[in-house]
Design a protein around this ligand. Sequence first.
Ligand SMILES: Nc1nc2c(ncn2[C@@H]2O[C@H](COP(=O)(O)OP(=O)(O)OP(=O)(O)O)[C@@H](O)[C@H]2O)c(=O)[nH]1
Ligand SMILES: [Mg+2]
Length: 457
Amino acid sequence: MVEFVTKVSEDLKRDIKKVFDYISKSFSLPKQVKVNLSFVDEDTIKELNKSTRNIDKVTDVLTYPYVELKPKARLNIDDYKYDIDVDDNSLTIGDIYICLNKAKAQAKEYGHSLRREICFLFCHGMLHILGYDHMTKAEAKEMEEMQDKILIDLGITRDIAFKSGFVTIVGDTNAGKSTLINKLVGEHVAIVSPKSQTTRENIIGVYNDDNSQIVFVDTPGYHKRKNKVDDEMEKNIENATLDTEIILMLIAANKPLVEQYESIDKKVSDEGKKILLINKIDETTFEKLYPQLLVIGKIAKVDEILPISALKGKNCDVLIDMIKKYLPTFDHEMRYFPTDEYTDKNLRFMVAEIIREKVLLLLDDEIPHGIQVVISKYDEESTPLSIFADLYCEKESHKAIILGKNGAMIKKISTMARKSIEALTGEHVNLQLFVKVRPNWRNDNAAIREFGLHFGE
Ligand SMILES: Nc1nc2c(ncn2[C@@H]2O[C@H](COP(=O)(O)OP(=O)(O)OP(=O)(O)O)[C@@H](O)[C@H]2O)c(=O)[nH]1
Ligand SMILES: [Mg+2]
């Protein structure tokens, strides 16, 4: 039997007794066997650890067997003769202490109920009393398997607390939104360049783990509207911020924080949770950042503020946990995308974007912004994979620059793009690029529609 030293709810008592009875039966323990179970606070478990194990730590469970048993050794009543209670003939074989707050924190961390966590810790303690340990890998494996089997057999399984939802990333152009989505998703879903206005339309990148799916939406950066393509880009940002659980507002640590925050705050609607991300912390010093953080901490109307480096991945794990905190919880697996689909874009789109990325990297000034890449042929049947793409620019003079002297520039663009496309598709690629002129296409509605850059009213 279990002697509950601390008061426990009847439901929990029932589950703990179930675990005890199961183990009792499996190990053929005598009927009079008893363990004492106490729930204690952090200070008490720390004190116990200090006084009995010389460890200055808060642990989740502590077990004190009255007699050390070898693994699988049969419990022999004679070994306990001094522990037999003369009043009721019961025989106490050990004490178990569970730190309630630690158990609560662990239940939250693993996304299961406190009931499951406590039953697990009690089961773990019982096995220790019966001589099981986890000093070696083999011992630990055996113990884990037993624990799993006991809890599964008793139906005390991990009840699911699944988190999922949409998270939109907004911010000024060049703040690092696409760098961040790529880092969080672990795939190159969005192209990145040091030039402004790199991203032209919303791109989805999906993060998956065992107990969550986060659908990130990368958006074009805020910038001054100069043409109809800019109008379309702005529509994209608005659409992406409508039905989203969380908005990540990205600003750069190497520019004045307050100005940047105030500028995007005006553009983002008041609805939904907001996390202010201060990116590129690798580009500044703590001394420069800290005073600004104090100010922004006071004025920003957001739920959280987190400094990160998208490029280096700094604090990206903290961000994922923070996001999960605000996402809706489901009692079943709730994925919007299958786990092997990490973006909403097809290969044709990604190939066109890779070509545009190389154009942005290799060409200066205004020219790259006036370029649209249209895939005219994508022949999957051919070996090598045959891809033809048209690069539309706005002026004959731009065409000459894109081609370069004796075609040197277009060759460079083509070689770099081909390598990246081969890395993406895992196939050899025959890439042919054709430079074409479409005067002033960024203000031409027909061209914008034809190029697939019209995103609705
Ligand atoms: N040092 C540093 N550079 C970064 C970081 N994040 C992004 N960058 C750089 O900033 C530049 C812009 O990055 P992008 O990810 O393309 O920025 P964006 O916000 O998507 O830009 P748009 O698509 O134009 O709106 C690139 O050169 C990135 O390498 C960071 O954490 N640290
Ligand atoms: Mg971008």
